[in-house]
Write a protein that binds this ligand. Structure first.
Ligand code: 6PG
Length: 499
């Protein structure tokens, strides 16, 4: 193969060994994501060192894609490190968890102060904080970086969310900007998110929002399917229409494609032959676990994670199948026309809530860990390349740019207006779903969150009373400061101030 020969020539030094110190950046871990990132770097003109635990993968990459740019392959970690110019920049693209620690332990002893390791996998931000701290002591920069966009994104332009030191970002920025997706205004979808684990934290929340967005879209589909009896191909058309408007997004676009797809074996709609048990690798779950620790109420994201979990409990679902409830019946023709439009409005409103909750969690994480995350920048780099890319992220960017300390997106002028316009339809959809017995945990949770935030008084006061009754947990009063306890067992129930 001509290209392989040429690549082999490109990549050998005069003596036939790996050339020393010539590669500008390296990628270790050449499964599809790592391979595509390496190709993206090489295509952008960067001499890219490549390495994999099993050398066959490295060879295959150079053979197949060697003509796309300059690859410098190595079979050993030592050769790989030696092939890099200084400061060395190494992107690690291996499985999160122990494999990442193993690779770091393999490479760190070969590196020198000032060198940079980038973990571009979906690591837990707490692991990233630990690794960054350990490597900092050894003088090595550790950059935990979110990378979103799947295989295609890695090759053609992902959204990149690097954490770590500002100094390491300086050394990486030109390369990351070159390989990243570009928003419509041409700006690269990469920004330094903040120190240590900030990048992986933001990527984790991105995935939590991704779960919520997918769940909401799935509920919209389910409603159209069961309340209007529309076949998947027709629903695909509805989604294609929605994609022309304010819901314009990658997830809506691919939903239309999935719904329009016919199974070749059976001739049935593809969506009808897929087992209805949603799986997960864990980033959505981490988002919710972390939100609980931070006290950030991400109920829409949590419902999306739980909905996947419910779907996977086949035995439980089987055991409960005979529970009574309405069999979804079709809406009458008068309601029919309005319903699809109502669902669009409910979807948009619920989506605003999901993003508002995710951004709230980012603000909470940023405050807890002192990251100083710029939420407008986060919205800006999610505008292209990532899975949740959507036209309305530009609106979110403007909202945070105009007011960086915005407490919630829901009160931004634009989104507040959209919610005001959508809320009647949103309520109709949630109540129709309840009447028809169609589960809409995402829509319902989003609406409940909205109503909770706008409520003048919440029944939390009653909960405080209950807590004080059985556990003397005390309560605060609306009319004066301090902590109070009622002596519930004493006949006249006097109130005391615990010392
Ligand atoms: C991305 C995706 C990517 C992936 C996740 C979610 O941003 O490119 O979020 O990280 O699709 O692994 O997968 P699960 O649905 O399996 O958790």
């Amino acid at each position: 193969m001509a290209s392989a020969d040429q690549a082999a020539q490109n990549s050998k030094g005069p003596g036939g060994g790996t050339p020393q110190g010539t590669a500008q950046i390296g990628v270790t871990g050449l499964a599809v994501m790592g391979r595509n990132l390496a190709r993206n770097l090489a295509r952008n003109g960067y001499a890219t060192a490549v390495h994999n635990r099993t050398a066959a993968r490295t060879r295959a990459l150079v053979e197949e894609f060697g003509d796309e740019g300059t690859f410098v392959p190595s079979e050993t970690a030592a050769d790989f490190v030696a092939s890099l110019e200084r400061p060395r920049r190494i992107i690690v693209m291996v499985k999160a968890g122990e494999p990442t620690d193993a690779v770091i332990e393999e490479f760190a002893p070969l590196l020198e102060p000032g060198d940079i390791i980038v973990d571009a996998g979906n690591a837990h931000f707490a692991d990233t904080r630990r690794r960054e701290k350990d490597l900092r002591k050894r003088g090595i920069h550790f950059v935990g970086s979110g990378v979103s966009g799947g295989e295609e994104g890695a090759l053609h332009g992902p959204s990149i969310m690097p954490g770590g030191s500002a100094e390491s970002y300086q050394a990486l920025a030109p390369m990351l900007e070159a390989i990243s997706a570009k928003a419509e205004d041409g700006s690269p979808c990469v920004a330094h998110i903040g120190p240590d684990g900030a990048g992986h934290f933001v990527k984790m929340v991105h995935n939590g929002i991704e779960y919520a967005d997918m769940q909401l879209i799935a509920e919209a589909y389910d409603l159209l399917r069961h309340a209007l009896d529309l076949p998947p191909a027709k629903i695909a058309e509805v989604f294609r229409g929605w994609n022309q408007g304010r819901l314009d997004s990658y997830l809506i676009e691919i939903t239309a494609q999935v719904l329009a797809h016919t199974d070749a074996d059976t001739g049935r709609p593809f969506v009808d032959v897929v087992l209805d048990q949603a799986e997960q690798k864990g980033t959505g779950r981490w988002t919710v676990q972390t939100a609980l620790d931070l006290g950030a109420p991400v109920s829409g994201i949590a419902e999306a994670v739980f909905a996947r979990s419910v779907s996977g409990h086949a035995d439980l679902r089987e055991a409960a199948r005979e529970l009574p409830g309405p069999t979804p019946t079709l809406l009458d023709s008068a309601a029919y026309d309005r319903f699809a439009d109502d669902v669009e409005q409910a979807l948009y409103a619920s989506k605003i809530v999901a993003y508002a909750q995710g951004f709230h969690q980012i603000a909470a994480g940023s405050a807890e860990y002192g990251w100083n995350v710029d939420q407008g920048r986060v919205a800006a780099i999610w505008r292209a390349g990532c899975i949740i890319r959507a036209a309305f992220l530009d609106r979110i960017r403007s909202a945070f740019d105009a007011r960086p300390d915005l407490p919630t997106l829901l009160i931004d002028e634009h989104f507040g207006e959209a919610l005001r316009g959508a809320q009647s339809a949103w309520r109709r959809v949630v109540s129709t779903a309840a009447e028809l017995g169609i589960p809409t945990p995402g829509f319902s949770a989003a609406l409940a969150y909205y109503d909770s935030l706008r409520a003048e008084r919440l029944p939390a006061a009653l909960i405080q009373g209950q807590r004080d009754f059985f556990g003397a947990h005390t309560y605060r009063r609306t009319d004066r400061p301090g902590s109070f306890h009622t002596l519930w067992a004493t006949p006249d129930r006097p109130e005391v101030t615990p010392s």
